[in-house]
Ligand binder design. Structure first.
Ligand SMILES: [Zn+2]
Length: 459
């Protein structure tokens, strides 16, 4: 008989459409959920007591650059331009494969600790094939579920390994043929595109064609940079006939309602990362406008070089920002809003089932449903910031933080229990200290995070 885990007596949010929160048990056998119901017999099962706890699907982060963990918080007062100069053009150059391993391993542990069980990892520091291998190793060792979106973009390193796009495409093909051939594994493959504004539409068109020939989902940053003349990645791709359901568009703040409708109509998804968008001058989060044209919201933490890897506050920030924007339109009519929209539940769906759907994983995860893989989190309701749980949706969306996450499992494997990650804490410190010292010594040696004069950018 496979290993059995019984999560007993929790307040269960299955996130199935129309399901009400209810007190129930959840039985896991091996990698899968086999039953969600009242009073499941506990024979032979490892018991997780979820009394006074909320039990729900693990959250899905649809946009994160996990490799940046060692750079935590350095861009805290900076714009998007300074972020690009400091992280993409300076820090990224000094990453060794080992630093990719450390960034991904520790970054994925941070996600797990916060109740995130799936990350779309936009991995755009692939300076050599070994960088990709090391990032993948870090992800795998953490135990998380991830779509590893291999970056086809160039990084301005002095000693270039990939001289041409053809070499990057060949590397992607090899990875797809060998390490990441399965779409059924815990770590699956995707592609992250070069930025259209830097690499040009001709190159990006080739990158899209390659991704599709390999059967891979595609993610790209779009419409987050304000030029004197509006520049639209959506319009570029539409002109080339490239819109489609395999695209996960990130940010989209400057995208028009018509363009958002075409993305929704062609089955595409968007990822909103409210904290970086609001800080770095990308514009208002677009997820509410996307919802208005029939799309679904999903969320990401984006860059740990700026903000935390805790998805709870991102969901809350997105919700309240969208409410503020909708309320503003009422206020403009000299009218106080009568109804507050969108609902908290819509954003919890954004962080769970919608995110799973965006990644094409909704038949496997995203709800607590018998037959699905057991990506489950247990959130304590007895902490000072959670007690009493009058409404579990409100408790999660409006009050919870990473520290409230008691238990995390991915495909039935427990990665956090009793509020503690099971990964070795001493190894975590050792890995961080060595890699951090290497990176910051190299950065200082080459003029700091933004060497003077700063690199000119095209906008
Ligand atoms: Zn990003």
């Amino acid at each position: 008989m496979p290993d059995r885990i019984l999560i007993r007596n929790g307040l269960v949010l299955t996130m199935e459409p129309g399901d009400r929160p209810r007190r129930a048990d959840v039985l896991v056998e091996g990698t899968r959920i086999v039953e969600v119901s009242d009073h499941i017999p506990s024979a032979d099962a490892d018991i997780v007591d979820a009394t006074r706890c909320i039990v729900m699907p693990g959250m899905v982060d649809t946009h994160r650059h996990v490799w940046q963990t060692q750079l935590r918080g350095v861009t805290y007062d900076w714009s998007l331009k300074d972020y690009i100069r400091s992280i993409r053009f300076q820090a990224a150059v000094h990453y060794r494969p080992h630093d990719m391993y450390v960034g991904n391993y520790l970054g994925m542990l941070e996600a797990i600790d916060a109740g995130v069980t799936t990350v779309l990892d936009f991995s755009h520091c692939i300076n050599t094939p070994e960088h990709a291998d090391a990032a993948l190793q870090g992800t795998r060792e953490s135990g998380i579920r991830s779509m590893f979106a291999l970056g086809l973009n160039d990084v301005p390193v002095a000693d270039v390994y990939f001289n041409t796009l053809a070499q990057r495409i060949e590397h992607a093909r090899k990875l797809r043929t060998n390490e990441l051939s399965s779409d059924a594994g815990l770590v699956t493959m995707g592609i992250s595109l070069s930025d259209v504004l830097v690499a040009g539409i001709e190159r990006v068109t080739q990158e899209v064609a390659t991704s599709r020939s390999l059967g891979l989902r595609i993610t790209l940053h779009a419409n987050a940079v304000m030029f004197p003349q509006p520049v639209s990645e959506v319009a570029f791709l539409e002109q080339e006939g490239l819109l489609g359901p395999d695209l996960v568009w990130v940010h989209m703040n400057q995208t028009t309602d018509d363009e958002l409708r075409r993305v929704a109509d062609t089955g595409g998804s968007i990822s909103t990362t409210p904290e970086t968008e609001m800080q770095m001058g990308m514009g208002h989060p677009a997820h509410g406008r996307f919802m208005a044209v029939g799309g679904e919201c999903t969320f990401g933490c984006d860059v740990i070089s700026n903000n935390s890897g805790d998805l709870f506050p991102q969901v809350r920030l997105a919700l309240q920002t969208e409410r503020m924007l909708r309320n503003d339109s009422e206020l403009a009519r000299y009218h106080g809003p009568d109804l507050i929209n969108p609902s908290a539940l819509s954003h919890l769906e954004g962080a769970t089932i919608n995110g799973a759907r965006a990644l094409g994983l909704d038949s496997r995860v995203g709800t607590l449903t018998a037959g699905k893989e057991a990506d489950i989190i247990v959130i304590r309701g007895d902490a000072p910031n959670m007690l009493p749980v009058n409404d579990p949706v409100a408790a999660v969306v409006m009050h919870a933080h990473a520290g409230n996450v008691d238990t995390v499992m991915v495909a039935g494997r427990v990665l956090k229990r009793d509020g503690r990650l099971l990964a070795d804490p001493a190894a975590r410190l050792r890995l961080m200290d060595e890699s951090h010292a290497h990176l910051f010594e190299a950065i200082e040696r080459t003029g700091g995070l933004i060497p003077q004069p700063p690199t000119p950018l095209p906008w």
